[in-house]
Design a protein around this ligand. Structure first.
Ligand code: DGL
Length: 264
């Protein structure tokens, strides 16, 4: 069985790169649903349906452990997948998301005020607020949607992205931590760190997810022993063109990426 990583597009390649760097021996299948990107601007019903299809696809690729790197898909679909879909469709498969590990990291250093920057759909779900409050009920939390950042990054327009970062950073000047709650934002983490006061800890998922995955595998030996280790990596998308190839290189570096022919 392989490790599957799912994202709405190519942003999840940043976290996948961190997984492969930290644990290169495992076999990974990356699947980006570029055909339906951006999830952040879709309805919850659409996001749920696309995510179920993607998980079915990764299961058909022999993935026994699937990480949903997409914050939007995690926010809208993970609970349903874990509680309803997976137990009946593929009870041996484990599906994990990015919100809980990120929230755990955010409260680890006694933060009192935590900010979250994410897509419209993630903010609308209030998943970060709910999960943060479960761990620390007296936290002050501010969730802000930054719909301009994903398109600016996808267009490789980092000047524009930097302008928006400056604008959004003002909302979090006096916070203890800022969660970058979107696959694409790790590419802007240094801008955030530059424009925010040093007292604000910028939490970037590319820096925390591989440690969390390692820890999960150490705690779940029964899953770890089922995972194949041939250093094989496959990168698949639902739609591929020259633009996506460039975005994939920006996210990951040199990469062989393939378009899938049939979905599930
Ligand atoms: N992958 C999405 C996320 O992390 C960002 C891109 C999109 O809107 O689909 O929320």
């Amino acid at each position: 069985m392989k490790i599957g990583v799912f994202d709405s597009g190519l942003g999840g390649l940043v976290v996948t790169k961190a997984f492969i760097t930290a644990m290169p021996e495992y076999d990974y299948v990356y699947y980006g649903d570029t055909k339906h990107l951006p999830y952040g601007e879709k309805t919850s019903g659409q996001i749920l349906s696309y995510t179920i299809d993607a998980i079915k696809f990764l299961i058909s690729q022999n993935c026994g452990l699937i990480i949903i790197a997409c914050n939007t898909a995690t926010s809208i679909a993970l609970r349903y997948l874990q509680q309803k879909f997976i137990p009946s469709f593929a009870p041996d498969v484990k599906v994990l998301g990015v919100v809980i590990p990120t929230v755990e990291e955010a409260i680890a250093d006694k933060a009192a005020k935590v900010g979250v920057l994410a897509t419209n759909a993630t903010v609308r779900s209030h998943i970060y607020r709910q999960e943060l409050l479960k761990l620390k009920s007296d936290l002050e939390i501010k969730e802000v949607a930054a719909p301009e950042l994903v398109p600016a990054i996808e267009n490789n327009d980092f000047d524009l992205a930097e302008k928006f970062v400056k604008q959004y950073a003002k909302d979090f000047d006096d916070f203890d931590s800022l969660i970058l709650g979107c696959t694409h934002y790790p590419l802007l983490k240094e801008y955030f760190r530059k424009v925010l006061p040093t007292s604000v800890r910028v939490i970037s998922q590319d820096e925390l997810m591989s440690g969390k995955l390692k820890d999960y595998l150490n705690r779940h030996v029964e899953i770890d022993i089922c995972l194949s280790r041939n250093f094989e990596y496959k990168f698949l998308v639902s739609s591929l063109n020259e633009h996506y190839k460039k975005v994939a290189q920006m996210m990951f570096g040199n990469i062989d990426i393939e378009e899938i022919k049939t979905h599930v």
